[in-house]
Design a protein around this ligand. Structure first.
Ligand code: FES
Length: 288
C-alpha cells in the first residue's frame, strides 16, 4: 500500500453522469491486481475531507497509469469532474484483496451490473494477458447506460441485457447466466446487491444442474480454508466484489461489515472487497 500523488492525464464523460479518468501513478499501476481499489482524497474546494474508494478500473504497468470509473452522486464525486490534466490528487492504494483465478481455469465469466463494470474491468485485461477466454455479461437500465465496447478488449465476448429491452437481452443480466454456466470454469461479479444475491443462488445450484458433482474430486476437498483467504476465493466458482458497500474504506467505521456463513463478520474494505460467494451469508442478513 502506497500513498502517492497521482497526476490526471485524461478525464471524460463516457456515459451520462459516468466518468473515466486516467492517472499517472506508476507505484500503484505496478503493484495492483484486479479487484483492488484506491482511496482518493477530494480537494479542499469541495469542503469534504473524506476519501472516496474507487475500483481500479484498469492498470498499465508499461505507462504507469491507472484508470477509475465513477458516477457523480454528490459534491465529492462532482469535484473530480472539475479536475484538469496536470492536476495532482492524493491516492492511497492498492487496497483490498483481489480476485483469485485458479491456474486451471481457461474460461472466465464476468458479470457486471451498471457501475459494477469498474469492479471487473481490470480482470478482463489480466485474463486476456494470461491466455484465458472471457465472456462479459453486462446489465444496464437502458441502451444509453451500456458501457461502450470501444473501452473493452477486442478479445472478449460482450453480451448485454437492458431492463427496458432497448439493447440486447430484454431483462436482467442474471437471466443470461444459464447459457454460460456450463462453459465457465469460474465466474466473477460486481454490481448491485440483488444481482450478486441472485448470482450466488445460481452458483449454489450449478453443480447439480450440470451434473458435475460426481465427475471428480472437488477442488481442495477435505481442506478447510480460512475465511476470505486467497485459497477460499480461488476455489469458489463465483467470486463477488462488494466494493459498493464501503464507507471509510480503511477498516475504522465498520460500516461495511458483512456476515459470513462461518459466523465471522468481515469488513468489505479490509477482508474484501472480493469474497467467494459461498462465504457470504446471503439470506441471513448483511451488516450487523
Ligand atoms: S468502510 Fe469503514 S470499516 Fe470498511
Amino acid at each position: 500500500m502506497r500513498l502517492v500523488g497521482a497526476e490526471l492525464i485524461e478525464s471524460r464523460e463516457i456515459l451520462p453522469g459516468q466518468w473515466l479518468q486516467s492517472y499517472h501513478a506508476p507505484a500503484l499501476a505496478t503493484g495492483s491486481r484486479a479487484g483492488q481499489f484506491v482511496h482518493v482524497r477530494t480537494g479542499d474546494l469541495s469542503g469534504l475531507v473524506l476519501r472516496r474508494p474507487f475500483s481500479i478500473n484498469t492498470a498499465d504497468q508499461a505507462t504507469g497509469t491507472i484508470t477509475i470509473h465513477f458516477r457523480t452522486i454528490g459534491r465529492g464525486t462532482e469535484w473530480f469532474t472539475h479536475l484538469r490534466p496536470g492536476d495532482t490528487i492524493d491516492m492511497l492504494g492498492p487496497l483490498g484483496r483481489p480476485f483469485e483465478v485458479d491456474a486451471r481455469s481457461r474460461h472466465l465469466l464476468l458479470v457486471a451490473g451498471g457501475l459494477g463494470m469498474a469492479g471487473v474491468r481490470y480482470l478482463a485485461d489480466e485474463a486476456i494477458r494470461d491466455g484465458r477466454q472471457v465472456t462479459l455479461l453486462f446489465g444496464a437500465a437502458s441502451a444509453r447506460d451500456v458501457y461502450p465496447t470501444s473501452l473493452l478488449p477486442d478479445e472478449i465476448e460482450y453480451v448485454v441485457a437492458t431492463d427496458d429491452g432497448t439493447m440486447g437481452h430484454h431483462g436482467f443480466v442474471t437471466e443470461l447466466v444459464a447459457d454460460y454456466e456450463g462453459w465457465a470454469d469460474q465466474a466473477f461479479a460486481c454490481g448491485p446487491e440483488p444481482m450478486l444475491r441472485a448470482l450466488a443462488r445460481l452458483a449454489v445450484g450449478r453443480r447439480g444442474r450440470l451434473g458435475v458433482a460426481k465427475l471428480g474430486r472437488k477442488r481442495g476437498a477435505g481442506k478447510a480454508d480460512a475465511p476470505s483467504s486467497p485459497a477460499a476465493r480461488r476455489k469458489a466458482f463465483l467470486q463477488v466484489s462488494m466494493e459498493q458497500r464501503m464507507g471509510c474504506a480503511v477498516g475504522a467505521c465498520l460500516g461495511c461489515v458483512v456476515m459470513t456463513t462461518s459466523g465471522t463478520p468481515q469488513r468489505v474494505c479490509r477482508e474484501g472487497p472480493v469474497f467467494g460467494s459461498e462465504e457470504i451469508d446471503w439470506e441471513g442478513g448483511w451488516a450487523r
